[in-house]
Design a protein around this ligand. Structure first.
Ligand SMILES: *[C@@H]1O[C@H](CO)[C@@H](O)[C@H](O)[C@H]1NC(C)=O
Ligand SMILES: *[C@@H]1O[C@H](CO)[C@@H](O)[C@H](O)[C@H]1NC(C)=O
Ligand SMILES: *[C@@H]1O[C@H](CO)[C@@H](O)[C@H](O)[C@H]1NC(C)=O
Ligand SMILES: *[C@@H]1O[C@H](CO)[C@@H](O)[C@H](O)[C@H]1NC(C)=O
Ligand SMILES: *[C@@H]1O[C@H](CO)[C@@H](O)[C@H](O)[C@H]1NC(C)=O
Ligand SMILES: *[C@@H]1O[C@H](CO)[C@@H](O)[C@H](O)[C@H]1NC(C)=O
Ligand SMILES: *[C@@H]1O[C@H](CO)[C@@H](O)[C@H](O)[C@H]1NC(C)=O
Ligand SMILES: *[C@@H]1O[C@H](CO)[C@@H](O)[C@H](O)[C@H]1NC(C)=O
Ligand SMILES: *[C@@H]1O[C@H](CO)[C@@H](O)[C@H](O)[C@H]1NC(C)=O
Ligand SMILES: *[C@@H]1O[C@H](CO)[C@@H](O)[C@H](O)[C@H]1NC(C)=O
Ligand SMILES: *[C@@H]1O[C@H](CO)[C@@H](O)[C@H](O)[C@H]1NC(C)=O
Length: 622
């Protein structure tokens, strides 16, 4: 079994749950599903491609993630009570575009004719109440990329789906700060592989022309000029608009949910070596999946965020310069892997790269949980729209074969382990970003369909116990250490951490931004302190009790915490409060909570807390 000292987040979560609850929470009945954001801390995923991308593995982030997940499950366990679940479905309009529409067109016309859109608009929600009808929580699934915040953003941010969740929880948890009330609203991901929220579509930022073409390329400047934005005037506004619409629709579906979900619970899990699954194409022919590899168009990025090396999407032939550079640095890909991935030109043959650790996973989790007539399909990656439709349909048909006629199947994306994208076989031929990132080759989707049908059959025929566990993933103990050193924080001469460098103004109007700059310290220090709650508060003076009441923390949409790194351990922390129209007039202040790293000669480094308070300022309504 996995030792608690290995750096694999799911097994660490499961081990910690096991030591507390025995066999209650297990491999088969716990799914870890990312709501997905591009604006979070990195460095916790053990395969080399991701470790390189995050400039080394961060034990700090890893511990914080695992501890946080376990804590949330413990809280849910403690608050568990009998209740009812209601299911509802409905379309969400005006928040998505397909970001690879030309790939979608490669799917057979007869198949496309069955759908009115090249994205899935349906949201599924589960409303949970106790036996007295008191609200407990919501889980919803919807297919959209959380990239309303673009890749210039450096704030930790949960993007459009996180904003929907924030609005829902704020409404249900009146009087609580974000993240602290009892009600939980989860906005989970689905088959979002080719779905962008940047609904004004791709345009050349230099000329304004549309670049909605097969290679997302501009006449002048190529793919780095082709960017999709909107619908807002900046990324914050877009996040609020898209997240707001998703929230509104979830709220309507929640209010009108009346179909109770009843019936037994079942769960099935398997580990599968995706590098070599035999896929039955029909009764006479088979095909194989491949060892992982990324194609050229992976490096191109997408209209939601281009790559830095000026690659172009839709590339089906390699380039001698890059091929030679790769061969020199990493060795040549085998003929076998090249053949297997065709027509993908391989940029990185990750499945053949094992130093210092495998670059990509071979062993992945396939998992399904059913709650009465709902089947939750846990996908270890990002399915495109049509991939999701095919899988859902196949799973539903499999259940029907065994007498379960009315199953609703939902794709729960980005679960357990990350394996990039999964396109249909036809979309794969076009080799845009999603196809180049389909790492197990052209038959990846067919393999998953086969595997998930087997899970559905096992659940439907009550033979889950007969499923093989599959090969256990490898566990690595030594990973590339973080290349970002821990350095001692320093305050300018004669100053202390938290000293105010730029004070608040005496007064602000609503709609303005209150800003204070403090002598800062690296915020990552605070992640080593498990009691750290927030980097900032906005507090209002209550004259009647002569106390300061916290009105916002760092999870509030109205606040921003920027950290500016200087030389030799010097840094500034800027705290902003974007004063909303709903703010009460009165006297306010802002506080900063940090930790600095200190090291005295010949002694081990220590992390020390500090806090600081701005001067009081007035907010007036007009
Ligand atoms: C990782 O972090 C945990 C918790 O802070 C600590 O106990 C452990 O020693 C760290 N492991 C390594 C290898 O640094
Ligand atoms: C983009 O595709 C068009 C055809 O659709 C082709 O003519 C053009 O050369 C391609 N551009 C690049 C940079 O690959
Ligand atoms: C990127 O490639 C395009 C052609 O696809 C070219 O027009 C452009 O100048 C290149 N940009 C850079 C920075 O090399
Ligand atoms: C990101 O959004 C900001 C507006 O918030 C905009 O100025 C910038 O050009 C965008 N950048 C990219 C690469 O999309
Ligand atoms: C987006 O910005 C516009 C223009 O400033 C504003 O009218 C609108 O209220 C903003 N939308 C949201 C959801 O904040
Ligand atoms: C997965 O299968 C491939 C091909 O059969 C094999 O080379 C590889 O060692 C397997 N991976 C693991 C982790 O067992
Ligand atoms: C992949 O599996 C097939 C059939 O199961 C087997 O014949 C083949 O040797 C395997 N390939 C590798 C590289 O393990
Ligand atoms: C089975 O699939 C193969 C490969 O796609 C195809 O050549 C063959 O005609 C198919 N056979 C039948 C009976 O459909
Ligand atoms: C399936 O659902 C439909 C509509 O909700 C219902 O009329 C039908 O009786 C159900 N069939 C079974 C076998 O439960
Ligand atoms: C499942 O396993 C049980 C016990 O080992 C065995 O009796 C039964 O025949 C198996 N069922 C199937 C469908 O393989
Ligand atoms: C910190 O703020 C001071 C005063 O505003 C400024 O002089 C200095 O350049 C800032 N340093 C950084 C790293 O932003």
């Amino acid at each position: 079994g996995a030792s608690a000292k290995t750096f694999e987040w799911r097994s660490n979560v499961l081990n910690r749950l096991q030591s507390k609850y025995g066999s209650l929470y297990r491999q088969d009945n716990v799914i870890l599903s990312g709501t997905h954001t591009h604006s979070g801390p990195g460095g916790y995923f053990q395969y080399t491609v991701f470790v390189i991308a995050s400039e080394g593995f961060s034990n700090r982030t890893f511990e914080y993630m695992v501890t946080g997940i376990v804590k949330s499950i413990e809280m849910a366990h403690k608050n568990m009570k009998p209740g009812k679940i209601f299911i509802n479905k409905g379309n969400v309009e005006g928040v998505q575009i397909n970001r690879s529409p030309s790939s979608y067109l490669w799917n057979p016309p007869s198949e496309r004719a069955r759908y009115s859109s090249n994205t899935d608009k349906e949201m599924i929600i589960l409303k949970m109440v106790d036996l007295n009808g008191v609200d407990l929580g919501l889980i919803s699934w919807f297919a959209i990329h959380p990239v309303s915040m673009n890749n210039t953003n450096h704030l930790v941010n949960s993007d459009n789906m996180g904003y929907a969740s924030y609005l829902f929880e704020q409404e249900k948890n009146k009087g609580y700060l974000p993240g602290q009330g009892p009600y939980v609203a989860a906005f989970a991901s689905s088959n979002l592989g080719d779905v962008s929220p940047n609904i004004l579509g791709p345009h050349c930022v230099n000329t304004g022309d549309s670049c909605d073409n097969a290679n997302s390329s501009c006449p002048i400047g190529g793919s780095s000029m082709c960017i999709a934005m909107g619908p807002g005037h900046d990324m914050f506004n877009s996040t609020q608009i898209i997240g707001g619409i998703i929230y509104q629709r979830a709220k309507e579906l929640y209010a009108s949910a009346s179909q109770e979900l009843t019936g037994p619970l079942a769960a099935a899990h398997q580990w599968v070596n995706m590098s070599n699954v035999t896929v039955w194409l029909n009764s006479t022919h088979t095909a194989q999946t491949c060892k992982p590899a990324l194609g050229y168009s992976f490096a191109a990025g997408t209209i939601d965020g281009f790559g830095s090396l000026n690659f172009t999407q839709g590339t089906t032939v390699g380039d001698p310069f890059w091929d030679t550079l790769r061969d020199q640095l990493l060795g040549k890909p085998s003929e076998e892997i090249k053949r297997c991935h065709k027509p993908k030109p391989i940029l990185l043959h990750t499945g053949e790269l094992t130093k210092p650790h495998p670059w990509h996973p071979d062993i992945v989790d396939v998992q399904m949980i059913t709650v009465g007539s709902l089947a939750i399909i846990a996908i270890p990656g990002e399915f495109t729209t049509m991939s999701g439709r095919r899988l859902r349909e196949a799973v539903q048909a499999e259940f029907a074969t065994y007498g379960m006629q009315n199953m609703t199947a939902v794709i729960s994306g980005l679960c357990n382990v990350y394996t990039h994208y999964i396109t249909t076989f036809e979309e794969y031929q076009a080799q845009r970003y999603e196809a180049a990132s389909t790492i197990y080759g052209p038959h990846t989707l067919s393999a998953y369909i086969q595997l998930f049908r087997a899970l559905a059959k096992a659940i439907a025929t009550d033979t889950v116990a007969n499923l093989s566990r599959g090969p256990e993933p490898p566990y690595f103990k030594q990973l590339i250490a973080s290349l970002i050193p821990n350095i001692v924080d320093r305050a300018p001469l004669g100053r202390n951490f938290g000293d105010v460098l730029q004070p608040a103004k005496p007064a602000y109007r609503v709609g303005e931004v209150a800003e204070v700059i403090f002598v800062g310290a690296n915020p990552k220090n605070s992640a080593e302190n498990q009691t750290h709650q927030t980097f900032l508060t906005v507090e209002k003076y209550e004259a009647t009790s002569a106390t300061w009441r916290i009105v916002h923390n760092d999870a509030s949409w109205e606040t921003r915490f920027y950290w500016h790194k200087g030389l030799l351990g010097h840094s500034n922390a800027t705290i902003q409060w974007h004063i909303p129209g709903t703010a009460q007039p009165g006297i306010y202040r802002m506080r900063y909570f940090g930790h600095h790293r200190k090291q005295d000669f010949l002694k081990p480094a220590v992390i020390l807390p500090f806090e600081s308070t701005s001067s009081a300022f007035e907010v007036v309504t007009s």
